[in-house]
Design a binder for this molecule. Structure first.
Ligand code: NAP
Length: 267
């Protein structure tokens, strides 16, 4: 199977690197194309890709084509791609806020999958939601899933509404966690800890809590109750969060990202 990645930036290079280990490639190198020569030089240096600087040399023969350019580049890209594609090819978009319909109409293609990845894909711990156009068969979808899973986990969703919704949870979500970490780091430093000690305290607290959660069937709420004893320190902190409606603020933030994803899709 021949797989082509168009766009070798942050997301494209990350996914290409993860997917290059798939056994479905049958030992072939994953192909990568970018119009930016610097990105192609960087991709070439990794020694694991077949790199291309001309679309006509790679696109016509590819079976699955991943799209990882910025959404505002698609008009120019689709125009260039249209004369070089055929009906048997499948297109998988990693682009935020670009609707299936836009890709189907822009490329005059039928088989299109829309995926929403997130940044921890860089270390094989990403989560990607995906959905597909009617023309994609179950078998073809399984192939795509196999490739997406090379960068972490993937979840199939029935409609595009859930792609936009997952943008508000997992797509933008790593930044919410970093926001929380940053606030705790600043509090630790204010209390007098060194930069180094603050980092150890905060990073291990996050890592430990996530591991406890992942290795049990217990809900976060039950874990919170277990940590917080009546009249104790944790209860004082959780009460402060509740009184200040932190939960509602987090929900509002997730919806702000969700709504923005919908808006971007309509622009
Ligand atoms: N980064 C994330 O965390 C993240 C998360 C979820 C989804 N995404 C999605 O992933 C996509 C890529 O994002 P990114 O951060 O990887 O962007 P990026 O780093 O800017 O990479 C895009 C690459 O595509 C190249 N390009 C632009 N037009 C092209 C064309 N016509 N033909 C071939 N290559 C072209 C760009 O070249 P130039 O540099 O010369 O423009 C650049 O090298 C976006 O649509 C974004 O919505 C990203």
């Amino acid at each position: 199977m021949k797989v082509l990645m168009i766009g070798a930036g942050n997301m494209g290079a990350t996914f290409a690197e993860g997917m290059s280990k798939s056994s479905l490639l049958n030992g072939r190198k994953l192909q990568i194309y970018d119009k930016n020569p610097q990105k192609i030089t960087e991709a070439k240096e990794k020694g694991i890709f077949d790199t291309y600087t001309k679309l006509e040399d790679c696109l016509p023969k590819a079976d699955i084509v991943f799209l990882a350019v910025k959404p505002y580049h698609i008009d120019a890209l689709f125009e260039e791609m249209r004369p070089l594609i055929n009906e048997r090819q499948m297109f998988v978009s990693l682009m935020a806020g670009v609707k299936l319909e836009t890709i189907i109409n822009g490329l005059k293609a039928k088989k299109v999958v829309r995926a929403m990845p997130n940044l921890p894909a860089q270390i094989g711990l990403g989560v990607t939601s995906y959905t597909e156009s009617n023309a994609v068969s179950r078998l073809e979808l399984l192939l795509v899933r196999n490739f997406l899973d090379m960068t972490g986990k993937s979840i199939h969703v029935e409609t595009e509404k859930f792609i936009d919704a997952s943008t508000g949870i997992s797509g933008s979500g790593p930044a919410y966690v970093f926001y929380f970490m940053n606030s705790m780091l600043e509090a630790a430093k204010k209390m007098g800890f060194s930069d180094f000690d603050s980092r150890v305290l905060v990073s291990h607290t996050f890592e430990g809590a996530v591991k406890l959660f992942n290795e049990s069937d217990i809900t976060p709420k039950t874990w919170m109750d277990r940590v917080a004893s009546k009249g104790g320190t944790t209860e004082a902190a959780l009460d402060c969060m509740e009184e200040n409606n932190l939960k509602d603020l987090i929900e509002q933030a997730a919806y702000a990202a969700f709504n923005r994803a919908v808006e971007l899709g309509n622009e």
